[in-house]
Design a protein around this ligand. Structure first.
Ligand SMILES: NC(=O)c1ccc[n+]([C@@H]2O[C@H](COP(=O)([O-])OP(=O)(O)OC[C@H]3O[C@@H](n4cnc5c(N)ncnc54)[C@H](O)[C@@H]3O)[C@@H](O)[C@H]2O)c1
Length: 439
């Protein structure tokens, strides 16, 4: 089939590449020329493991291309996947302006369109968006009623860092179609995928995505609260949650306590859902509490540093890891920002390092800090080092290097990145979220 993908961000590019790998013909459409040029040159416009080589292969085979000509690309396709951003507005609700723009482009493309097209929404949109905004906008601009074209909500569950693998082998596919014909076409598009495929209404499918993210974020926030409690008893939360997670009703995932969750999805999706719930008279106290917990958690890291150094004024601190998780260059809502702001507010100076995210971090947050070219470069002559993202290369810093490089040395581990036992043996003061203070 011919698939047009609107928006060449993390979701759009991966959706396009996966479609091409599955034997479809994909065109990735974006308003930003530099992203389109990068793709046509065989490069992803962002860092994601394994993506560049897959893009190169598919571009070479002629199954993947990119263009800024939205209407042209859409007109020629059997399906379109809208993958534009839905960032939060000031009040936490989802900003749907790019969704509206995408719907207008689809409507315009369908106006003289002779063949049947299914407009698929992959962006995370609040329940009711497909039925109340996406489909009516397309219908109005196309001058045809829904039924003359197809539409569906098909939420995306990929995780940055393993996005291609997640998209190639999803654990489930959710199809919220407006009618049977739209659903059948989408099922046909996904015929190579062997996972469970669930069909439902558009609003239910929209809710699946929000409910999934909210539940996962709740597990993290709960683990963080347990961590803060465990710390008061000098008990290791990882020991506790490992045992908790062996209960099959709970499961082992998303129980790793730390500095809080960030990224382009959890914080914004939870805010949007909390806001929506309130506006519909179904206020969610759980979501509000999770969001509050996540705001406070990075400050625990700052407090640990303060405790270990006996105050932060005039202290030099290295922050390792700026992205919201390893294996991505995405810094959206990264917990590094509130941690660094907290350090600066208490009079510390900060030197940061991240293998992939420094440029994005500089642009997004513009904080008054220094940047180093390596982890060890950042640690040199510092009073403390804070691990904020669990990059693999940080595991490789030898325990004996800390005392050689740093004053102190003190390690504050926001992600259980370093080996506590080895560090303490090497004379390092090691403190971590939810860990006993000492061996
Ligand atoms: N990033 C993730 O891990 C992830 C996972 C699942 C779902 N989602 C959801 O998918 C959606 C996209 O997320 P993302 O991280 O890929 O966003 P992104 O910000 O990386 O990419 C969005 C892209 O859309 C483009 N765009 C905006 N308006 C456009 C228009 N009118 N026409 C063409 N292109 C346009 C932008 O230029 C940008 O390249 C969001 O709703 C997000 O919540 C994201």
């Amino acid at each position: 089939m011919k698939a047009a993908i609107i928006g060449t961000g993390y979701v759009g590019v991966v959706t396009g590449v996966t479609a091409a790998l599955d034997g479809h013909e994909a065109v990735c459409l974006d308003v930003l020329r530099e992203k389109v040029e990068a793709l046509n040159a065989g490069r992803a416009p962002f860092f994601e493991p394994g993506l560049d080589s897959a893009i190169r292969k598919m571009v070479r085979k002629g199954r993947l291309r990119a263009s800024t000509d939205l209407v042209g690309g859409l007109r020629d396709s059997d399906l379109s996947f809208t993958c534009v951003g839905t960032p939060p507005m000031e009040d936490g609700s989802a900003d749907l302006r790019w969704v509206k723009e995408a719907a207008r482009a689809i409507g315009e493309a369908l106006r003289p369109c002779k063949h049947y097209h299914v407009a698929v929404m992959k962006s995370t949109v609040p329940p009711g968006t497909c039925a109340g905004l996406f489909v009516p906008t397309i219908a109005q601009l196309a001058g045809i009623s829904a039924g003359g074209f197809g539409a569906a909500m098909n939420p995306e569950f990929l995780r940055e860092g393993s996005a291609l693998q997640d998209s190639r082998e999803p654990d489930r596919i959710v199809i919220g179609a407006i009618d049977g014909k739209s659903g059948r076409r989408l099922l046909d598009f996904y015929k190579r995928k062997k996972c469970p495929k669930l069909t439902m209404g558009t609003t239910a499918a929209e809710l699946v995505k929000y409910a999934s993210n909210s539940f996962l974020a709740t597990k993290i926030a709960f683990s963080n609260e347990m961590a803060n409690l465990c710390q008061t008893f000098d008990v290791d939360v990882y020991q506790v949650m490992e045992a908790v997670g062996l209960d099959p009703r709970i499961g082992p995932h998303f129980l790793r306590a730390g500095a809080g969750f960030g990224g382009s999805c959890f914080p914004k999706d939870l805010s949007a859902l909390a806001r929506l719930a309130e506006s519909r008279g179904a206020r969610s106290r759980i979501l509000e509490a999770v969001l509050d917990q996540n705001e406070e958690q990075p400050l625990r890291v700052v407090e640990l540093a303060e405790k270990a150094l006996g105050g932060l004024s005039g202290k030099d601190v290295a922050v390792l890891g700026l992205t919201f998780k390893p294996d991505t260059d995405d810094v959206r809502f990264s917990r590094a920002a509130p941690i660094i702001k907290g350090l600066l507010a208490r009079g510390a100076t900060v030197t940061a390092y991240d293998p992939r995210g420094m440029d994005n971090f500089k642009t997004e947050f513009g904080l008054q800090i220094a940047y180093a070219r390596s982890a060890e470069g950042a640690m040199r002559d510092k009073d403390a080092v804070i691990f904020q993202t669990e990059w693999r290369e940080f595991h490789r810093i030898r325990a004996t290097r800390y005392a050689k490089l740093m004053r102190g040395p003190v390690v504050i581990d926001g992600r259980r990145t370093a080996d506590a036992g080895k560090l303490r043996k090497a004379g390092v003061r090691y403190l971590a979220i939810g860990a006993p203070d000492g061996p």
